[in-house]
Design a protein around this ligand. Structure first.
Ligand code: CP
Length: 331
């Protein structure tokens, strides 16, 4: 489903790679979302197969742990008919000392048609993209970007609003509070860019040690008081503490963090009466979010975010391989 607001053919998405939301124009974000809609429908059918990418090879190279992103990229590729291969760094020759660049050259030599990469270092995915001949999709690099997470979050939010009869093309007028470890979060960074591009006002809430300097300069409103950040918010997006990226002690204890920054039912009352709750996962229940909030059937859209992850990754793989496949208007 499209609204005819895009340039024709390949000009609708002129990039070879998907490295970050920062590289995208607003209409390109909307294009990726709109092109995901048929895949949402397909994924809800008993038979979910398409031959769109038949004959193509996709390599998922994950240098960091993942459940949602890895599985949804694998499912997305398979539902599109591609041959999908997963490379887990822990079982690869990276453990024997192979460099990132040599790994990239090796994957390239196997003539993959798209490479999906997660890496613990910010910028590592851009580096690999500069060494290979095929489209590269960033599945999360360090604390830099996680573009498909922001896109799936936008798609999940769009669907939740539509189901409530709030059929909006974008998020103009919405106040969205993102709370958690903003400093280390690639999800926060990609979401700030994506949500703002789609018209939302973004509030960021974190303890002082976990708030990056200068967030006002990118148009976000910083808070250290969670109650104030929640006041009247339409959407509350909770983020976990990224302990694997912390060197040293950033919070006194998980218990104190929960007291000040955990989303409880009581605290959620400060947000708009029907405020939606989001979390990219994995959740640490009882730390940044209580189970009674995470599992609210009418307010939490956390499992819908996971559902939309498959559709958005199908959209990205489809669009980024159109030039390879010689789709009319994309060559
Ligand atoms: N949201 C997210 O990236 O989850 P995974 O780490 O499980 O992929």
């Amino acid at each position: 489903m499209t609204f005819g607001r895009y340039p024709a053919g390949g000009l609708a998405f002129p990039h070879r790679d998907l490295l970050g939301i920062a590289q995208l124009e607003r209409h390109e974000i909307l294009y990726l979302l709109d092109e995901a809609e048929p895949w949402v429908d397909l994924n809800r059918q008993p038979s979910k197969h398409s031959d769109t990418l038949a004959g193509l090879t996709i390599i998922n190279a994950f240098f960091e742990n993942s459940t949602r992103t890895l599985l949804s990229f694998e499912i997305a590729g398979k539902r599109l008919g591609a041959d999908v291969v997963n490379m887990h760094a822990a079982q690869s020759s990276v453990k024997k000392g192979e460099t990132l660049i040599d790994t990239a050259i090796t994957l390239n030599a196997m003539r993959a048609d798209a490479i999906v990469i997660r890496h613990g270092s910010s910028g590592a995915v851009d580096l690999i993209a500069s060494k290979v001949d095929c489209p590269v999709l960033n599945a999360g690099d360090g604390s830099h970007e996680h573009p498909t997470q922001a896109l799936l979050d936008a798609l999940a939010l769009r669907h939740a609003l539509r189901e409530r009869g709030e059929a909006a093309e974008d998020f103009t007028g919405l106040v969205i509070t993102i709370c958690g470890d903003i400093l280390h979060s690639r999800v926060a960074r990609s979401n700030i860019l994506c949500l703002q591009a789609l018209g939302a006002s973004v509030r960021l809430c974190a303890p002082p040690a976990l708030m990056p300097a200068g967030v006002e300069t990118i148009g976000a409103e910083p808070f250290h008081d969670f109650d104030a950040a929640l006041e009247g918010a339409d959407v509350v997006m909770m983020l976990r503490l990224q302990n694997e990226r912390m060197q040293g002690q950033f919070i006194p204890s998980a218990r104190e963090y929960h007291h000040l920054y955990g989303l409880t039912l009581e605290r959620l009352k400060r947000a708009a009466p029907d405020a939606l709750v989001m979390h990219p996962g994995p959740m640490n229940r009882g730390v940044e979010i209580d189970s009674e909030v995470a599992d609210m059937l009418d307010r939490s859209i956390i499992t819908r975010q996971v559902e939309m992850g498959v559709a958005i990754r199908m959209s990205c793989l489809d669009i980024l391989t159109r030039r390879t496949r010689g789709v009319e208007g994309w060559t």
